[in-house]
Write a protein that binds this ligand. Structure first.
Ligand code: PGA
Length: 259
C-alpha cells in the first residue's frame, strides 16, 4: 500500500442528530478499546448532524475527522437549501465529498459544477474526495475507462499543484452502490491502475484512490488486498459501528507491506 489507508463512512440521508451522536459515541468507545494504528478515519454525516458529531469527536478526543457529503460552489448568497465551505470550516469539518453519483444523477450535478465545487472547496482548504464511476450500460459497453477518464480530466485539469495533497479519488461504479453487487477485485484493480495513470498524466501523483460500492465486512479484506486501493468509501455498512470498524481494521491489517 503506497499511502496510509483512508476509510470514509458516508451516512447519506440516515440518522438524526441523536442517532448520529450514538453512533459517534460507539465508534469512539470501540476505537479506545481497540485503537487503529494506520488508518485515517473520516465520518460524513448529514449536514444537520455535523455539529453533534464534531462536538463529540472533540470532547471525547475520538481519532476521526468529519466530512460533509456535499458543498455549494459559491461562497454565500441566494442558494436556498445549500451550505458553503466557510460554514463547514466553522464547524471544524475538514473533508468534503464532491460529485457523489447520487448528487450527479438525482440533483443534476454536471461535470462543470463538480469541477467548480472541487476548486472552490480546495481553495477554502478542505480535503476533497472526488467521486467518479460509471453506470451499468457504460460498463456493459466496456466504456468505463474512457468515461472515468473524462470525469477525472474535467474535474482536475489545471488544478494548482499546491492543492494536490488535499485530493483523493473514490471509484464508485453506480451499479455497485447500495445494490449488494460489488465490483470484482480484478475490476477494482484494473480501474485503480487506470485512475492512477490518468492522475499521473495530470501531474496529480499523491492522491489516494478509494473504492466504494457495497463494501462490507465480508468483502473489504479481499478488495483492499487484491484491488490495490488505498481505502474505502463506505455507505450502508458505515451505519453500524461494528461493521464500519471491521472494514477499517481490514485496511489496517493490509498496511505496511502486510498485504
Ligand atoms: P454503499 O454506498 O456502500 O451503500 O454501496 C457507497 C457510497 O455510495 O458511497
Amino acid at each position: 500500500m503506497r499511502h496510509q489507508p483512508l476509510v470514509i463512512g458516508n451516512w447519506k440521508m440516515n440518522l438524526d442528530y441523536v442517532e448520529a451522536l450514538h453512533l459517534g459515541q460507539q465508534i469512539g468507545v470501540m476505537l479506545k478499546n481497540k485503537p487503529v494504528e494506520h488508518v485515517d478515519i473520516v465520518l460524513a454525516p448529514p449536514f444537520v448532524d455535523i455539529r453533534s458529531v464534531t462536538s463529540i469527536v472533540e470532547s471525547e478526543k475520538i481519532p476521526v475527522e468529519v466530512a460533509a457529503q456535499h458543498v455549494n460552489a459559491n461562497e454565500n448568497g441566494a442558494h436556498t437549501g445549500e451550505v458553503s465551505v466557510s460554514m463547514l470550516k466553522r464547524l471544524n469539518v475538514t473533508w468534503v465529498l464532491v460529485g457523489h453519483s447520487e448528487r450527479r444523477s438525482m440533483y443534476a450535478m454536471d461535470d462543470a459544477t463538480v469541477s467548480a465545487t472541487l476548486r472552490h472547496a480546495l481553495r477554502g482548504g478542505l480535503r476533497v474526495v472526488l467521486c467518479v464511476g460509471e453506470a451499468l450500460e457504460i460498463r456493459e459497453a466496456d466504456d468505463q475507462d474512457e468515461f472515468v477518464r473524462t470525469q477525472l480530466v474535467s474535474a482536475l485539469k489545471g488544478i494548482d499543484a499546491r492543492f494536490h495533497e488535499l485530493l483523493s479519488v473514490a471509484y464508485e461504479p453506480i451499479w455497485a452502490i447500495g445494490t449488494g453487487r460489488t465490483a470484482t477485485s480484478e475490476q477494482v484493480a484494473s480501474m485503480t491502475a487506470h485512475i492512477r495513470n490518468v492522475l499521473s498524466s495530470l501531474g496529480v501523483d499523491a492522491a489516494r484512490v478509494l473504492y466504494g460500492g457495497s463494501v462490507n465486512t465480508e468483502n473489504a479484506a479481499t478488495i483492499v488486498r487484491e484491488g490495490l486501493v488505498d481505502g474505502f468509501l463506505v455507505g450502508g455498512a458505515s451505519l453500524k459501528a461494528e461493521s464500519f470498524l471491521s472494514i477499517v481494521q481490514s485496511c489496517d491489517d493490509c498496511y505496511d507491506g502486510k498485504r
